[in-house]
Design a protein around this ligand. Structure first.
Ligand code: 5GP
Length: 200
């Protein structure tokens, strides 16, 4: 199963995803390609594949991306290769609303989750507290956030990240709950049902 996690920048989705990857078994993270600069502690191949614009353009031309978008002047995209194991394990994508829209169209079975901050004010406070952005960039993120929030009805699930622990439990529960769906569990259930046949 493929899970898309979107939400305004600064809403805490990366932290939430990290928690779920540590707590729920058989889940992998889809490492996106981006043209933006590597930040502080980020690791190539783990957080992102950091590539040049020319390389990114070649990926688009070669139809190697399932989705891509221009976010704050930089390119971000998910390669087809990242989603190759989706039959064997769950995959989480941390992508923006434009990307979520493309995935909905191309992979209708994907589960779309939107993470909301408790309020506009709290989001601005969190973005400022991260200290990664200058005043102008904070303003740009808040403008994008207002637009992104309007797209919330595209999503199947909404997680409000007020308290990080509760939000992480809720996100993990969405994955676990999907696994218990009859349609998903069908194959695992077959031998159990077979085992019951002919008894008594
Ligand atoms: P950041 O630069 O803060 O890591 O990410 C900026 C935004 O780009 C975030 O909203 C993040 O979800 C989004 N993003 C990261 N990877 C991808 C991707 O592969 N595709 C799309 N469409 N958005 C992405």
């Amino acid at each position: 199963m493929i899970y898309i996690v979107s939400g305004p920048s600064g809403c805490g989705k990366s932290t939430l995803i990290r928690r779920v990857l540590g707590e729920v078994e058989d889940v992998r993270f889809s490492v996106s390609h981006t043209t933006r600069e590597k930040r502080g502690t980020e690791v190539e191949g783990k957080d992102y594949h950091f590539v040049s614009r020319a390389f990114f353009r070649r990926m688009i031309q070669g139809n190697r991306l399932v989705e891509w978008a221009l976010v704050h002047g930089e390119y971000y995209g998910t390669s087809r290769k990242e989603l190759a194991g989706a039959q064997r394990h769950d995959i989480i994508l941390d992508i923006d609303v434009q990307g979520a829209r493309q995935i909905r169209r191309k992979l209708p079975s994907a589960v779309l989750i939107f993470v909301l901050p408790p309020s506009y004010r709290e989001l601005r406070k969190r973005i400022k507290a991260r200290g990664l952005d200058k005043a102008e960039a904070v303003r740009a993120r808040m403008i994008t956030a207002r637009k992104e929030v309007k797209a919330y009805s595209l999503f199947d699930y909404i997680v409000v990240n007020d308290d990080l622990d509760s939000a992480a439990v809720e996100l993990g529960a969405i994955l676990r709950c999907r696994r218990a769906l009859r349609s998903v569990r069908e194959r695992a259930v077959r031998p159990i049902l077979k085992n019951f046949r002919g008894k008594g």
